[in-house]
Design a protein around this ligand. Structure first.
Ligand code: AMP
Ligand code: MG
Length: 267
């Protein structure tokens, strides 16, 4: 999965990453489903150990253009984890209370506790994406945020939170298909937001803002992965593998019992 990781010293261009790539899996869609089931079982098992150990936390950040598949990825990849140990937070436009604080305030409050996996559906990165593209604050303000974010994530990492960030990369054509599908399918109407069309018109500005995020904030302690996301099954598989590998690397262990079980008799 290394090929999808943005190296800390790299200078990437998004156009060099194909949203259609599926080179890391040989099988077809059905085989991918079986592989995903195995991975999500493994994730559930690893998360139980993380929870029992209660010493470290994992933060998964998911960002994408509209229709990029954030909701679907969370459901399919993290939906099998015990909800007691997994906390999903969706970041919307900030409320007046949130706006009365610095932009990291609401993020800090939503972080996973030790033993938990936290999944962010959108995140503090919106503060250098939508905020930048729509000039919601002046450039002098947002351009300093990459540095804040890197320092914030370094602090979290030093204090025991492992961070992995996914950019679900779709093409503009794929977005058109998915928006059309939302219009054509009554059960998907609720997902259609007329505002998405205005955002789509800013496609190039967003790609540019994403490219800056990927180049400025992929670090050794909090790497970005660019996930080919035109095929949902491939996207899920790659995200699940990286999440599994991350947890496996942490190697969480059930704590040693401090009770002599040989002396206990249940009557
Ligand atoms: P959705 O993910 O479709 O529910 O939409 C959430 C909306 O909240 C998107 O339009 C985001 O751009 C917006 N949003 C999230 N974070 C921020 C932020 N920090 N500032 C402004 N808008 C935001
Ligand atoms: Mg939306």
């Amino acid at each position: 999965m290394k090929k999808y990781r943005v190296r800390a010293d790299a200078k990437i261009e998004l156009k060099d990453f194909s949203p259609d790539d599926k080179s890391e899996f040989d099988g077809d869609k059905n085989q991918a489903k079986t592989a995903l089931d195995e991975l999500t079982d493994e994730l559930d098992d690893l998360q139980e150990r993380l929870y029992a150990e209660s010493k470290r936390a994992v933060l998964i950040v998911i960002q994408a253009m509209d229709t990029g598949g954030k909701d679907g990825t969370i459901r399919k990849v993290f939906g099998n984890i015990n909800p007691q140990g997994c906390r999903v937070t969706s970041f919307k436009a900030p409320t007046s209370t949130e706006l009365a604080h610095d932009y990291l305030w609401r993020v800090h409050a939503a972080l996973p506790r030790r033993g938990e996996i936290g999944v962010f559906n959108r995140s503090h990165y919106e503060d250098v994406l939508v905020v930048r593209v729509h000039n919601l604050v002046p450039k002098e303000i947002w351009e300093k945020r990459y540095e804040h974010i890197n320092a914030f994530e370094k602090m979290l990492s030093d204090e025991g939170t492992t961070i992995v960030k996914f950019f679900l990369h779709i093409s503009k054509e794929e977005q058109a298909k998915r928006l059309q599908e939302r219009i054509d399918t009554p059960d998907k109407h609720w997902k259609f937001n007329p505002n998405d069309l205005k955002e789509r018109a800013l496609w190039n500005e967003y790609q540019h803002a994403y490219q800056d995020v990927l180049n400025k904030t992929s670090t050794d302690h909090a790497p970005w992965y660019i996930i080919p996301a035109n095929r949902k099954w491939y996207r899920n598989l790659v995200v699940a593998r990286i999440a599994r590998d991350t947890l496996k690397h942490l190697n969480p262990k059930f704590p040693e019992a401090n009770v002599d079980f040989s002396k206990i008799v249940i009557k």
